[in-house]
Every structure is written in C-alpha cells, then in structure tokens.
Write a protein that binds this ligand. Sequence first.
Ligand SMILES: NC(=O)c1ccc[n+]([C@@H]2O[C@H](COP(=O)([O-])OP(=O)(O)OC[C@H]3O[C@@H](n4cnc5c(N)ncnc54)[C@H](OP(=O)(O)O)[C@@H]3O)[C@@H](O)[C@H]2O)c1
Length: 247
Amino acid sequence: MLHPLILGGTTEATRLAHALAVAGVQAVFSYAGRTDAPVAQPLPTRIGGFGGAAGLAEYLRAERISHVIDATHPFAAGMSRNAAEACAATGIPLLALERKPWVAGDGDRWTGVPDLDAAVAALPEAPGRIFLAIGRQHLQAFAAKPQHHYLLRLVDPPPALPLPKAEAVIARGPFTLEGDLALLAAQDIGLIVAKNSGGEGARAKLEAARQRRIAVILIDRPALPERASVETVAEVLDWLHQARLGV
Ligand SMILES: NC(=O)c1ccc[n+]([C@@H]2O[C@H](COP(=O)([O-])OP(=O)(O)OC[C@H]3O[C@@H](n4cnc5c(N)ncnc54)[C@H](OP(=O)(O)O)[C@@H]3O)[C@@H](O)[C@H]2O)c1
C-alpha cells in the first residue's frame, strides 16, 4: 500500500498534501513545529522532530512508510540530510520537491553571499534601515552590526528580539508585490537581506526591490544531499503513480 510521508513546512508541501488528499493517497504530513499555529493540512499530521536520522529511520519502519517526499524549505538542510540518511538506511525511496533558486534579471541589484556570516560582513558600516527577511532563527548574528534599524517579518510574535533596534511585522506568506512595495516604502527600507529560497511565495520582495532600486544581499543555499528531485507537485504524483504500478 502507498503510505508516503511528506516532510513539510512550505507552500509547495501544502499543495502536495492537497493533491494527495484529492487522489485518496493515505499520506502522513510532518511539521517541525516551528510556528504556533501551522497551516491545517487535509492529511493526518504529526508535529515535532523525529530525533535525528536514526529516529526518523525508526519512525519510517514503525509507521510502514512506503515513500518519503522531502518538501522542506531549501534552507532546512539538517532535515534533508536526515531524510537522505534514514531512507538510505531503510531502503525507502526518497524524492525531493525542490524549488529552483532565484536568478537575477535586468535591474536587480543583488549581491550573493555564501552564508549568514558573510551576509553580516557585507552590511555597510553606516547606519541604515534594513529588511531582514530571513525568519526568526539566526537573528543573533546581526547583533554584530547593532547600528542598523532592522525590520523583521515573522509568522508569530517573537518573545524578545536579540537586536537593539528592531521591529517585527507579523505576517504569513505568500506575499504580494503591492504589499511588499507598500512595506518597503512605509518603512523607508534601504537594503534587504534574504535567503535564496526560490519559489513564488517569497519572491515579491525581490520584485519590489527591483522596482524601488533597492540593493539585496542574497544568501546562497546550503549544500543539500544528493537525491532524486523534481520541481512540481504533478511530478511527485507521477513518481508515486509509477511506484503503485511497480514501474
Ligand atoms: N529554514 C528556513 O528558512 C525555513 C523557511 C520556511 C520554512 N521552513 C520550515 O521550517 C522547518 C524547520 O526548518 P529548519 O531550517 O529549522 O530545519 P532544519 O534545521 O533542517 O531541521 C532541524 C530539525 O528540525 C526537525 N525538522 C525539520 N523539519 C521537519 C519536519 N518537516 N518534520 C519534522 N521535523 C522536522 C528535525 O528534527 P529531528 O532531527 O529531531 O528529526 C531537524 O533535524 C522545516 O520543516 C522547513 O520546511 C524553514
């Protein structure tokens, strides 16, 4: 019997969950549990870590999971590594549902950096108003440049911010071009720091930056394990369909 596990936390994972529910596939959805009120899924849902690669392997065996679809965010490299290791250990097929990285076009003023520390180092010394569009993890690194005013956009209100001059707007994507143009103007943003997440839901800020001629420091993706991967929900359905047919 097909009994896939979706490792989620992205818009694409939610789309896949809806497609599998409509197709009547008995899948399970998994969240890390990072947000207070995760988007409800049309599938049985579990929340929380598995306990590393070994814990995941144990879960896969215990729940008789037939396939794993890693639809986590491209920066969730730890989960992706664990999924690759657990699937290799159990012999359960793994497919990644991966977005393409964003590529600069005419008018974009992007500086690519390899990681978070390089993004901090690339910030100017003169105080500015910076949209730190990187989520709530890893904000601490920016305390090394406390002269800036940082605008954060977070899903849940933060308990405390590790930055002296910071303000959080609470919002959940997907975001629109109109909304992001208005945000950049209202906050008088002079620079954006973002992850090269790819996909559509978080792209609006980059279009808005282009229109307002705002520079962007774009953090490259972390290295991910070698695995089979596709870019669309339809391709995941095909993969499962072929598995069902034993092709
Ligand atoms: N990183 C981002 O920028 C970002 C942006 C948007 C959404 N997300 C989503 O937020 C979640 C956490 O991201 P992260 O960067 O903190 O991940 P991470 O660093 O790769 O993962 C850290 C640990 O969190 C647990 N975990 C992560 N994703 C999980 C899932 N879908 N189901 C169950 N456990 C999971 C695992 O714990 P155990 O080792 O105990 O199994 C994993 O080892 C991911 O599901 C991701 O899709 C991340």
